[in-house]
Ligand binder design. Structure first.
Ligand code: ADP
Ligand code: MG
Length: 482
């Protein structure tokens, strides 16, 4: 089946003179508005470079954008309920935690705090991002790639990108097209979620703590949250700490208040702790347990983190499973429509069938372990090799098999730092992320909102398009009635 092709929002190619001028202006715009990152090859904390960007906003079907926006509160509710269903988390992760050490470590912390009674803090903050690609082969409906419950990134920079794309379209003389760029207030919405959680904690002297990696490349996207809060809510203190610093600095009081460097912490917002290396061994796991035991509101709490694993995503796609969490059949139907084929590799008839499917038609699937942050999945012929090798070992139960989504292709210019020549129009595909905020406890949901979006675009020939990994480019959706 042929992949669908979309017409770009502006006729391409642009003439060379126009292209040169607009690329130069766009680069400077990005630099001067902080659509930037630190260089991985020439790391220097004093210097920023612009993040790779798509020059034109990529065309996205309006109806599908709206579908993704409208379903976010339903997904927030679903994830919240999943995170609070002990039996479901335990049974869906049972086989995985036996073989996957990372998920196993998280689960041990979860069990410990569950048995202790989630300390004094029942409330969790979820800042989620549900990712989608339009599937060319199924009436062009958006299909969920995954949902992130930890360190959902690019809300901040993406909020700037709408203005960026407006600027570029204006420079190209297309004022009349601006109405097709939806407004994006992801930064305000995500920070609003943190402020609401801070208020729920109820101590005006307590701070929001942003926990980061030892070395941060995606610095603007993190700092914008911090600066937004300090600018708009100067009464709320923000503390920024490296995860590795917390092993010495974080303490619990007798009543389970979390103190870091003499500050009581109301909200812990992780921009790290989603991959094994970020824990740095046993000490790092102790830190995570200490924070989970505290009465600070965690984003995410350990049960939210587990609810965002790929294994849970796959379990939710199992027939009849959504009904456990969502009673309204119209909502269940709406969720089911955005799911694509997700298969477990457990040792049972379903898992055996998935193994056969993967070996017979590897190009139809993506093979995923329980990891976040990009670069861990297996694609194409390599799937056959990997599955063949592990099909008789327990290791296979740590993986899931997912139907490969075939997004529509269009032409755009991708601009990257360090590029000497003018870009050529290239075939690209886009992935949409929708941000959600959910706050609540096991009994009730207190806040449930859709707050904004991000679009990242990659060459149609590459498997993954992480912007931080240098493969994808920042973009905004240009909505079209297709
Ligand atoms: P991670 O947690 O590492 O971000 P993802 O599940 O989001 O893992 O996969 C990483 C990338 O791989 C996605 O951003 C997307 O570009 C690509 N990808 C993942 N799943 C699929 C799929 N089912 N079909 C097509 N591409 C996919
Ligand atoms: Mg992802």
């Amino acid at each position: 089946m042929a992949v669908r092709r979309l017409e770009p929002c502006v006729q391409l190619p642009l003439d060379e003179k126009t292209l040169k001028e607009v690329v130069t202006s766009a680069r400077d715009w990005a630099l001067m508005h902080g659509a930037c990152m630190r260089s991985k090859t020439n790391y220097n904390e004093d210097i920023l470079q612009f993040a790779p960007f798509a020059l034109l906003p990529s065309v996205f079907p309006r109806k599908e954008f709206e579908r993704a926006v409208n379903i976010q509160p339903i997904l927030n509710e679903l994830m919240h309920k999943v995170a609070h269903d002990h039996e479901f988390l335990t049974s869906s992760l049972k086989s995985t935690i036996e073989v996957d050490e990372f998920t196993g470590n998280m689960f041990k912390i979860y069990e410990t705090v569950y048995n202790e009674g989630f300390a004094q803090q029942e409330v969790s903050l979820g800042l989620l991002r549900s990712d989608y690609m339009v599937h060319s082969y199924s009436d062009s409906v958006v299909k969920q790639v995954e949902i992130n419950t930890i360190a959902s990134s690019f809300g901040a920079i993406s909020s700037k990108l709408t203005a960026f794309n407006r600027y570029v379209l204006r420079e190209l003389g297309h004022e009349e097209k601006l109405e097709n760029l939806p407004p994006n207030s992801a930064l305000a919405g995500l920070c609003g979620g943190m402020i609401k959680a801070w208020k729920i904690y109820g101590n005006p002297k307590a701070v929001i703590m942003i926990v980061v990696e030892d070395v941060t490349y995606n610095i603007c996207d993190q700092r914008f949250h911090e600066f937004y809060i300090r600018e708009n809510h100067p009464d709320v203190g923000v503390l920024r700490r490296r995860y590795s610093d917390l092993k010495d600095q974080a303490k619990l009081t007798d009543n389970k208040a979390l103190f870091v460097d003499g500050h009581e912490v109301a909200v812990v917002y992780y921009r790290t702790a989603y991959e094994p290396a970020q824990y740095g061994g046993a000490e790092g796991w102790k830190t995570r347990l200490l924070i989970e035991r505290s009465k600070a509101i965690k984003c995410p709490s350990i049960h939210y983190h587990l609810a965002g694993t790929k294994k849970v995503q796959q379990a939710l796609a199992h027939p009849g499973c959504l009904e456990r969490f969502i009673t309204d059949s119209a909502k269940v139907e709406a969720i089911r429509e955005i799911f694509t084929g997700l298969y477990s590799l457990d040792f049972d008839e379903h898992g055996d069938r998935a193994v056969d499917m993967a070996i017979a038609n590897p190009e139809r699937y993506v093979l995923k372990p329980q990891r976040e942050g990009g670069g861990n999945n297996v694609y194409g012929q390599k799937i056959r090799e990997v599955v063949e090798k592990m099909k008789s070992s327990k290791e296979r139960t740590a993986w899931i098999l997912m139907e490969r989504i075939a997004p529509p292709v269009q032409k755009n210019y991708i601009v990257r730092p360090g590029q000497n020549n003018l870009p050529e129009p290239t075939d690209v595909v886009s992935e949409l992320g929708i941000f959600g905020v959910v706050i609540g406890d096991a009994e009730k949901i207190l806040v449930n909102e859709q707050v904004g979006h991000m679009l990242r675009t990659k060459l149609s020939t590459v498997d993954e398009g992480g912007v931080a990994a240098g493969l994808g480019a920042l973009d905004s959706p240009y909505l079209a009635d297709l």
